[in-house]
Design a binder for this molecule. Structure first.
Ligand SMILES: Nc1ncnc2c1ncn2[C@@H]1O[C@H](COP(=O)(O)OP(=O)(O)OP(=O)(O)O)[C@@H](O)[C@H]1O
Length: 677
């Protein structure tokens, strides 16, 4: 069975969103779009046209907010840049419509790139502030600049034509815009499921974990921000055509608020929701235009913002997930009801009223989660060469296959060298001039009492924090101070003392993210849906790795619902999915049962035998001593011992560090303890 076929069978379990659902949804929307111009009156037609126009910037913003977790308060700026550029190219430069349209989209994207490049380096809400500022700059610039027609704006350009037919009424214009919205919708939906989309969601859950798996979060955010502006620019192009005059009104703050409202009402992260939100806000806008002056006599224009503000507050308070949440809740209720019905039907089929024996007609599935029983396995990334070395707690007679590992240097050669590594936090020296080398194909234990500096060391090695001084050389290249994805791309992977679970996805989705650096598809391929084969292959590998850790049956469970110990195991699976050359494990045994610890220890030994280099931070010193080929001991940030386990175990300085007494007393205590044992 090919990867594709196999994974397609497996994907019945629901890892990939249902394509059939999308096709049906898009087809239904297309039919509605076809019918609307025949049925709607002129006021509804006007609302329908503007809904489609504004659906484009709303889709863009929903990608930015839902996937990249960034808020833009200046979507109107990109909308206006698209509209103005298009109108200027048509009117002043007399360019053909399609060229002017592309110009509008490109100009919006370039503006986003210019703003995004510096701003997306910063975390937090700086992008929201920057885009707010950009909105004001664009609005004032177009109002004051002669070239953009000041307060009058740009007008006097023609309507679009398709095959010589002028698009000169609302019905035709609606059909003219609709294909672009449908295509935009499909591209955006594809993106949310793609490698890049999943990476962006992961970044939202834990930027540190995503970076540590090779995701260049900055580059991805810049790309999505630019893409989001492209959608806004395209909306601006259609707006310019529709209203036939582009004036500073288009760049006003309330336009950004409207677009934001569309996304919030639709539901963050839902592309479909953005379209529904666009329609609702356009309806609302029409309603408020009549309602506000009725409530506040003489009120016009900006006062409408009060209405938007109230709706925004109400939606956030009462329906934080927007329409998307309503749909999900309704769907879950329907599925529950349907299951209950089919279960009771099964039960009555299985228990005939006359009490005769069951003939087997009412067969009940035996597995709740995961792939299909009896499926062939091991065709992707799992080496069967290293089978053997029993893993405790397994199914009788079955030895799990071993995840693939990278062995870029010969066993015994240094793969990682740390020189003079120091981290100061004000007066606290968390790590003080630490140097060691880790030979390839070995397990090194890094131990020390609480607060000794072990996690800080890991953080400096992986790039999560920059050292105050010192160097980290991985595979011959200095990587200190560089972002975690740099080391990850070269094969350095880690787990975390404080779990970093991607809670927005399921267990297999988490492990799939471990395959990130093994994938190639970028945003464009993702949007075009040209990466299914790659994704299915990586999903199959992720499932195999889960099986190897006896977690296969939990594959479809929401990652956050796993018990703590299993979440830890899942993180190990996720790290292994990256096929690392060097694996840093930060207290992987904390919270595991005795059987799970034994299983993990056996797996680590087998991985080491297969050539993987492991650095293990662990409080279970007995496990470390039993597992490690060498042990380094930190105390108060200082490396006090480094050598083979036996030597380290008997090192007086280590005994003092652990027992908190002087060397002679410690040795005496230790002897006493040994005798008692
Ligand atoms: N961001 C920070 N600001 C100030 N001090 C810090 C910071 N991070 C760590 N430290 C301090 O650095 C020292 C080393 O902390 P670290 O977490 O690396 O120790 P550890 O050996 O991993 O401890 P544990 O085994 O308890 O996890 C501690 O004294 C800690 O309080």
């Amino acid at each position: 069975m090919s990867y594709l076929n196999k994974a397609a069978t497996r994907s019945k379990s629901g890892f990939w969103p249902n394509n059939r659902g999308t096709i049906i949804g898009v087809a239904v929307l297309a039919v509605i779009i076809l019918i609307v111009p025949f049925t709607a009156n002129s006021s509804m037609m006007n609302i329908a046209v503007f809904s489609l126009i504004f659906a484009l910037p709303a889709i863009g913003l929903s990608l930015l907010m839902g996937l990249a977790g960034q808020v833009s308060l200046g979507q109107a700026a990109f909308f206006a840049i698209g509209a103005y550029t298009h109108a200027i190219l048509l009117q002043k430069f007399e360019m053909p419509g399609p060229v002017a349209a592309v110009g509008g989209v490109v100009a919006a994207m370039l503006a986003a790139l210019l703003v995004g490049l510096p701003m997306l380096r910063l975390r937090g809400h700086y992008l929201a502030l920057a885009t707010l500022g950009l909105g004001f700059i664009v609005m004032i610039a177009v109002r004051e600049w002669e070239f953009t027609g000041r307060t009058t704006g740009i007008y006097g350009y023609g309507r679009p034509e398709v095959f010589g037919i002028p698009i000169d009424n609302n019905g035709l214009f609606f059909w003219f815009v609709a294909p672009f919205v449908l295509i935009g919708l499909v591209l955006a939906l594809n993106l949310t499921r793609s490698r890049a989309g999943r990476a962006l969601s992961a970044v939202n859950d834990s930027e540190l974990a995503a970076e540590s798996l090779g995701v260049n979060t900055y580059a991805l955010r810049v790309k999505v921000f630019t893409l989001s502006a492209g959608f806004a620019g395209l909306g601006g192009v259609f707006y310019a055509y529709q209203v036939q005059i582009v004036s500073p009104q288009v760049a006003e703050f309330h336009v950004s608020v409207e677009i934001l409202l569309m996304v919030v009402i639709g539901g963050l992260g839902s592309v479909w929701g953005a379209i529904a939100g666009a329609f609702i806000v356009e309806l609302l806008s029409e309603g408020l235009r009549d309602l506000i002056p009725a409530i506040i006599p003489g009120a016009t224009g900006e006062v409408q913002l009060i209405g938007y503000g109230l709706v925004l507050i109400l939606v956030i308070l009462l329906l934080p997930g927007g329409l998307y949440q309503v749909v999900l809740t309704a769907r879950a209720a329907i599925v529950r009801a349907w299951r209950r019905r089919s279960e009771s039907a099964d039960a009555s089929a299985a228990a005939p009223p006359d009490g005769t024996a069951d003939t087997g007609a009412g067969e009940v599935p035996t597995r709740a989660f995961g792939g299909l029983p009896g499926e062939a396995r091991g065709d992707g990334g799992l080496g069967s060469d290293a089978l053997g070395g029993g893993v405790g707690g397994g199914v009788e007679g079955a030895v799990p296959a071993l995840p693939a590992v990278a062995t870029p240097v010969a066993a015994g050669e240094p793969i990682l060298e740390v020189r003079g590594l120091t981290k100061r936090y004000g007066g606290v020296v968390a790590v003080d001039d630490v140097s060691f080398a880790v030979p390839a194909g070995r397990i090194m234990g890094l131990i020390g009492p609480n607060g000794a500096g072990k996690t800080t060391c890991f953080n400096m090695i992986t790039g999560a924090i920059a050292p105050t001084t010192g160097t980290v050389t991985f595979l011959g290249e200095e990587i200190q101070g560089r972002k975690p994805h740099v080391g990850a791309e070269r094969g350095l992977t880690r787990t975390f003392q404080n779990l970093q679970v991607f809670s927005s996805t399921d267990v297999v989705g988490n492990v799939y993210m471990g395959r990130y650096r093994k994938g190639r598809a970028g945003i464009l391929r993702g949007m075009l849906g040209l990466q299914g084969r790659e994704q299915y292959r990586h999903e199959a590998i992720a499932r195999d790795i889960l099986d190897s850790m006896r977690l296969g049956e939990f594959a479809e469970l929401a990652a956050g619902d796993l018990p703590f110990g299993r979440q830890r195991m899942m993180e190990v699976c996720r790290a292994l999915a990256a096929e690392p050359a060097l694996l840093l494990l930060d207290e992987p045994m904390a919270g595991l049962s005795g059987q799970e610890r034994e299983m993990l220890a056996a797996l680590l030994r087998r991985l080491r035998d297969a050539g993987l280099t492991i650095v293990l931070v662990e409080h279970d010193v007995a496990q470390v001593m039993a597992l490690a080929d060498s042990v380094a001991v930190l105390d108060d940030g200082v490396l006090i011992a480094h050598g083979d386990p036996e030597t380290v175990r008997n090192d007086p300085a280590v005994i003092v560090a652990y027992l908190g007494t002087d060397a002679e007393e410690a040795e005496a205590e230790l002897k006493e303890l040994e005798e008692q044992a």
